[in-house]
Design a binder for this molecule. Structure first.
Ligand code: FMN
Length: 226
């Protein structure tokens, strides 16, 4: 079987004909939590525990380079609290370089099976080295080596280069051996400036409630037209 073999041999589905009716229950100002992080916690719990979504912590991270050219990719959220939303990556990757030049970022959680999305906008800063090291140590040995093996986002000659690099690392740091934290690897904490909660509803009359940070650290909430 090659990558292009498939049991299905019919036509390619037409995306324009794909139309779902979303649920009737909405999201009301009166039921919102006091902070967007608390509201996020509620919805994250719904996504993980009630809807059993696959990887509800997967989010689309959009960055822009110094010239304002955007790029997006999926990344896993690893922590969230009133300090912000944390993910880990390679600081020399495209996103790492973008964020060094322009810290503004958008995080989008696409919880389609629940007709929900959450969009966090804010600025990213690197997590401290102690925090990064603590998280790095919690990762499986193979993932720790993977962070060393890959010069994320650089062009490589072929798969063999990656496998050879990994094999070298396995020889140097066998299972049980302490793997140092790569200096080019670590976390970003996104401090939210606005967080939008989107609930799909019937007839495209969706609810969109957006928390916006005030200078004194409190939040205002505004409703956006769908
Ligand atoms: C489900 C999923 C989870 C991912 N999680 C991460 C992650 O936590 N950190 C990361 O650096 N890349 C993660 N990736 C890979 C990124 O999407 C991306 O390929 C990589 O970070 C390089 O992106 P860049 O070249 O735009 O910087 C994930 C990809 C998928 C599909």
């Amino acid at each position: 079987m090659t990558a292009h073999d498939s049991v299905y041999s019919g036509p390619v589905p037409d995306p324009a004909a794909m139309r779902k009716q979303y649920r009737a229950e909405g999201l009301d100002e009166a039921e919102l939590a006091a902070t967007p992080v608390e509201q996020f916690a509620r919805w994250f719990k719904d996504a993980a525990v009630e809807a059993h979504l696959f990887e509800p912590n997967a989010m689309v991270v959009s960055t822009a380079d110094a010239e304002g050219r955007p790029s997006s990719r999926t990344v896993l959220l690893k922590q969230f609290d009133e300090q912000g939303f944390v993910f880990y990556t390679n600081y020399e990757s495209r996103k790492g370089r973008d964020l060094a030049a322009n810290p503004y970022v958008s995080l989008l959680f696409p919880w389609h099976p629940m007709a929900r999305q959450v969009i966090v906008r804010g600025a990213a800063r690197r997590t401290g080295r102690d925090e990064t090291a603590a998280y790095f140590r919690s990762r499986p040995h193979g993932s720790q080596l993977g962070a060393w093996a890959s010069g994320q986002s650089s062009v490589i000659a072929g798969r063999a280069e990656l496998d050879a690099s990994y094999a070298e690392l396995v020889a140097r740091y066998p299972e049980g051996e302490r793997v140092p934290v790569p200096p080019h690897w670590g976390g970003f904490r996104v401090v939210p400036e606005s967080v939008e909660f989107w609930q799909g509803r019937e007839n495209r009359l969706h609810d969109r409630l957006r928390y916006v940070a005030r200078a004194d650290g409190t939040w205002s909430v505004e409703r956006l037209a769908p």
